[in-house]
Structure formats: structure tokens, C-alpha cells
Design a protein around this ligand. Structure first.
Ligand code: COS
Length: 379
């Protein structure tokens, strides 16, 4: 076993750390309050190669491994989980899905713009009645010669308005169940495609989340990804990788909150000494650090599995399940260590606590991760 990162991985981690400190930190509280994320900041992430990290350089990507991507997610999430979810969806769900399953023409047309920040992607699976129960797609895509007609609604779509390239899952042959599902590339501006109002969220408020409405949207047949009926497999395989990205986000939120709590505990005094000298606080820090290290090895192992070409359904689900729980527990304790200041926005940890919650919900709730893990263990 080798626990050392390569020089390249360390360099990428440092670049992400520097970017988070210099570009993300100063505005993070304001972005949370205004529920906005400047397009220029997305472009800067694109310029640094953060938006197409694993994409082959021939399509404009950085050609890096999954571990480098995970390290970047971790560093960005220590400071701003809204920035990191933009990065995660674009990398894991949109770029990876397109590169793994798209045709050469689709890759040439869409990937280089998505990898560089000239375009942003969204992954559209969830519906009002299909979140965990992903096979119950009500959005339809009916074939009409050389095109499809899409009708339906998608919910809780990350990058809902800031994206311009949408991967939309829809049912073409209801009689075939999940074997009738397809995935399509839909472009912003296609007639009949409307973006609903922005959701007012508990956390990751900088990232825009919208419902999407499709009313007789005409999508060219060449925009279908893969074979007819392969859309559900596309969604499952893509989400399996996405879960590694969200696990890394959860890890970063936890690590960021821990670092703030440790710093605060070494400065704040009570009963005549820094509060870290009270065992009540030192024990909390000990537990937080131990759990974060355990989460880190699960997340890095899942990334390593993916890079080795091994199956990562199980390790990715375990990483997300555990890291998201650690993110929630750690941020709650970070607020507690900060006492009254923890309840105040200037100290960041209350935002991190709010941001942590979604990591237990999106790209498969923790209950779904247990379904995936349980089935893998018992099959
Ligand atoms: N990779 C490839 N194919 C997969 C897969 C994976 N990781 N997981 C499932 N599949 C395939 C199965 O092989 C099966 O195909 P076949 O019928 O051809 O064998 C098909 O998908 C359906 O699988 P299954 O019968 O297990 O479906 P279920 O309805 O029981 O659901 C769960 C399985 C619950 C695991 C799935 O629906 C799921 O992951 N739901 C959560 C989705 C999600 O993350 N939603 C959040 C929205 S995105 S923010």
C-alpha cells in the first residue's frame, strides 16, 4: 500500500487550496445570503481546468485521475460547498457521462466547451415523483422520425439556470419499464424548454437549483446518448461516480469545519485557559479528526478503485454514506465548539452545517446508499 500522493496530485491539491483561499473565501458569506454565484468565478474555475478534470485533453479536459479530482473537491469544499457542487455536477455527471457513453460527434460538439467553462452542464433525473425511485420517470420522449418530443418536469436541478447543456433522462417506451428510458442532450433555448423559479434552500445557497419544464420540446435524434433504452444504465453508472464526488465534498466540508473549530479552540479562553485545554473540547476535536481521517480513506479508496478500472459501486456508496454522516456530525460539533459565535454567520460554521445536510440527500439519500451497499454485499 502507498499512502503518498504523487507530486502532481500534491500540486493540484495546492492549486485548489490557493484558489479557494484567494478567490472563494472573501465572497462566500455574501453568495450564501444572495443565493448567487458569479459566472466569472465559474469561468475562472474553467480556466484552471477544474471543470473537466478527468476529460481527455483531446476534448479540452485536464486528463487527470479521479483522486486528483477528489483532492480538488475536498479543498474547494473546505471553503465553499456551493462552488464545489458546480464542479462536481459538471465533472462527474455531465462530462464523465458524455465521455463514457456519448458518440464521437457529441463529444466533439459539447465536451470541450463543458471542460473549459465556456458552457456548464446539468444532470436532470429527479422528478416530482421520482427521486430515490429513479425508474418511475414520468417525463416522456416520444420518437417522431428524426427527432424526439419531450414533455414533463424535472425537479431540484443543480446548475438549473446557469447551465446551458442539460442531460435529460426520459421515458420513451413505458411498456419496457426502465429498459425504455433514454438520455438526451437538451440545449438552453430549445423551444418549449422553460426554467422554473430558483429554489430557496437551506444550504449550498450559492448554487442555483431549479425545476425544469419541457413542453413539446423537439430534440434531434442525434442528441440521444447511447443505444435506445440505455438511459437508466447511463444514469446509474454516472451517479455511481458522482457519489465519489459528493463524498469528497462532504469530506471537505467536515475538514474545513474541523480546521475552523481547532483554530477557534486554541484562541478562545474560558475559565482562565484556551478552551482546547478543557477535555470536553479536546475530546470533540479528537473524535472529529478520527472520523474525518476514516472518511478520507474511504473516499480516496473509492477514487482509487475507479482509477484502477475496478467496480466502484460499493466503495463509492460507502464513501458517500460515511463521509456525509461525518460532515453532518462534524459541522454540528464545530458550531458547538464556537458557542454563541458558531450561531453567527461571520464564523462560517453555521453555513457549513447547513451545507452538510444536502450531502446526505442528493445523488442518492443515505437510505439509498444502504440499499446499494446491502444488495452488493448480499448478492
Ligand atoms: N451500474 C449499472 N447499472 C446499474 C447500476 C449501476 N451502478 N445500478 C443499477 N443498475 C441497473 C441494474 O442492473 C438494472 O438493470 P437490468 O434490469 O438490466 O438488470 C437496472 O439498473 C435497475 O436496477 P434495480 O432493479 O436494482 O432498480 P431499483 O428500482 O430496485 O432501484 C436503486 C435501484 C434504488 C439503487 C436506484 O433506483 C437508485 O440508485 N436510486 C437513487 C437514484 C438517485 O441517486 N437519485 C438522486 C437523483 S440525482 S441528484
Amino acid at each position: 500500500m502507498d499512502f503518498q500522493l504523487t507530486d502532481e496530485q500534491q500540486m493540484i491539491r495546492q492549486a485548489a487550496r490557493d484558489f479557494a483561499q484567494t478567490e472563494l473565501l472573501s465572497g462566500v458569506i455574501a453568495r450564501d445570503e444572495s443565493q448567487s454565484f458569479p459566472p466569472e468565478l465559474i469561468q475562472k474555475m474553467g480556466n484552471l481546468g477544474f471543470l473537466g478534470m478527468m476529460v481527455d485533453p483531446k476534448y479540452g479536459g485536464s486528463g487527470l485521475d479521479t483522486l486528483s479530482y477528489v483532492l480538488t473537491m475536498e479543498e474547494l469544499s473546505k471553503i465553499d460547498a456551493s462552488a464545489s457542487v458546480i464542479v462536481s455536477v459538471n465533472n462527474s455527471l455531465v462530462c464523465w457521462g458524455l465521455e463514457a457513453f456519448g458518440s464521437e460527434a457529441q463529444k466533439e460538439k459539447y465536451l470541450s466547451r463543458l471542460s473549459t467553462g465556456d458552457s456548464l452542464g446539468a444532470f436532470c433525473l429527479s422528478e416530482p415523483e421520482a427521486g430515490s425511485d429513479a425508474t418511475s420517470q414520468k417525463t416522456t420522449a416520444i420518437e417522431k422520425g428524426d427527432h424526439y418530443i419531450l414533455n414533463g418536469t424535472k425537479n431540484w436541478i443543480t446548475n438549473g439556470n446557469s447551465a446551458d447543456t442539460y442531460l435529460v433522462i426520459a421515458q420513451t417506451h413505458p411498456e419496457k419499464g426502465h429498459h425504455g428510458i433514454n438520455v438526451f442532450i437538451v440545449e438552453k433555448g430549445m423551444e418549449g424548454f422553460k426554467i422554473g423559479p430558483k429554489e430557496n434552500k437551506l444550504g449550498i445557497r450559492g448554487s442555483d437549483t431549479h425545476s425544469l419544464l419541457f413542453n413539446d420540446v423537439k430534440v434531434p435524434g442525434e442528441n440521444r446518448i447511447g443505444e435506445d433504452g440505455s438511459g437508466f444504465r447511463f444514469a446509474m453508472k454516472t451517479l455511481a461516480g458522482g457519489r465519489i464526488g459528493i463524498a469528497a465534498q462532504a469530506l471537505g466540508i467536515a475538514a474545513g469545519a474541523y480546521e475552523l473549530a481547532k483554530k477557534y479552540a486554541k484562541e478562545r479562553k474560558s475559565f482562565g485557559t484556551e478552551i482546547c485545554n478543557h477535555q470536553a473540547i479536546a475530546f470533540k476535536l479528537a473524535d472529529m479528526h478520527t472520523q474525518i481521517e476514516a472518511a478520507r480513506y474511504l473516499v480516496y479508496k473509492a477514487a482509487w478503485d475507479k482509477d484502477q478500472g475496478k467496480n466502484y459501486d460499493l466503495s463509492g456508496a460507502m464513501a458517500k454514506l460515511y463521509a456525509s454522516q461525518v460532515a453532518m456530525d462534524t459541522t454540528v460539533e464545530a458550531v458547538q465548539i464556537h458557542g454563541g459565535n458558531g450561531f453567527v454567520k461571520d464564523y462560517h460554521v453555521e453555513r457549513m452545517m447547513r451545507d452538510a445536510k444536502i450531502t446526505q440527500i442528493y445523488e442518492g439519500t443515505n437510505q439509498i446508499q444502504r440499499v446499494v451497499i446491502g444488495r452488493k454485499l448480499l448478492k
